[in-house]
Write a protein that binds this ligand. Structure first.
Ligand code: PRP
Length: 219
């Protein structure tokens, strides 16, 4: 049996993923050492490997088959636009992709003015303004602290992730439009899905069962 390889998003998402996989009987003792700087971990009994990568790289590893399965945010899947299968919504890491800005920017949006949009997600922003809203805008790519842009006059609005809304509030900004809801997803390489169909289908079924049980407890 060959190894089934998972690409996990380093950080909180990887911790939440392992918590969920553990409940589905998929464990990796090596990964429990929180002080390790290792990037790849193995469970020889299950013939599974797990590696930690930066979120935007997860769809790349999965598309090229360096990983069979990936766990990554929907925002990254949309932005990267890779040829991969999205098979499961894991329900954690819930947040929203939104157009945000100062209240005054509402008017510019309403009148479809040629505005500047700062974002870490130029493809998502482009798709939203050009294809969904039919509004021509200038998109400015930034790498973080996006909320700064309208405050210092770089752009009228931003397209960014809103989770609790506190970054917006503390910087005098607000949600103006919602682009889409986001959460962590499981993605699968297209060839692996065919070649390792039984193992991957069983995995999806058992993770889905845990998710359903958790939902039932909440309800
Ligand atoms: C994200 C996002 C917002 C913030 C939203 O930034 O870009 O700035 O979190 O969270 P909130 O609604 O709970 O305040 P992140 O912390 O990932 O850092 P970044 O600014 O470098 O992107």
């Amino acid at each position: 049996m060959r190894y089934l390889t998972f690409a996990l998003t380093k950080g909180r998402l990887a911790d939440k993923t392992m918590e969920l996989l553990n409940k589905a009987g998929i464990t990796c003792r090596e990964m429990q050492d929180k002080n390790t700087r290792k990037l790849i971990f193995v469970n020889e009994d299950l013939k599974m490997k797990f590696f930690l990568s930066k979120g935007p790289d997860v769809p790349t590893y999965v598309e090229y088959g360096a990983a069979d399965i990936g766990i990554v945010g929907k925002d990254t899947i949309m932005e990267e636009g890779r040829n991969i299968y999205e098979v499961l919504d894991l329900g954690f890491g819930k947040c929203r992709m939104c157009v945000c800005g100062p209240q005054e920017a509402r008017e510019c949006l309403k009148h479809h003015e040629l505005i500047r949009v700062a974002t870490k997600y130029p493809n998502i922003a482009k798709d939203y303004f050009y294809n969904k809203k039919n509004q021509t805008v200038e998109i400015i790519k930034l790498n973080g602290s996006i909320e700064l842009a309208p405050i210092v006059g770089l752009s009228e609005v931003i397209v960014d992730i809103v989770e609790t809304g506190s970054t917006l509030r503390e910087n005098g900004l607000t949600v103006l439009e919602e682009v889409c809801p986001l959460s962590a997803r499981m993605v699968v390489n297209q060839v692996s899905m065919r070649m390792e169909n039984q193992r991957i289908t069983e995995l999806i079924t058992s993770v889905n069962k845990v998710l359903k049980e958790e939902r039932d407890i909440i309800l």
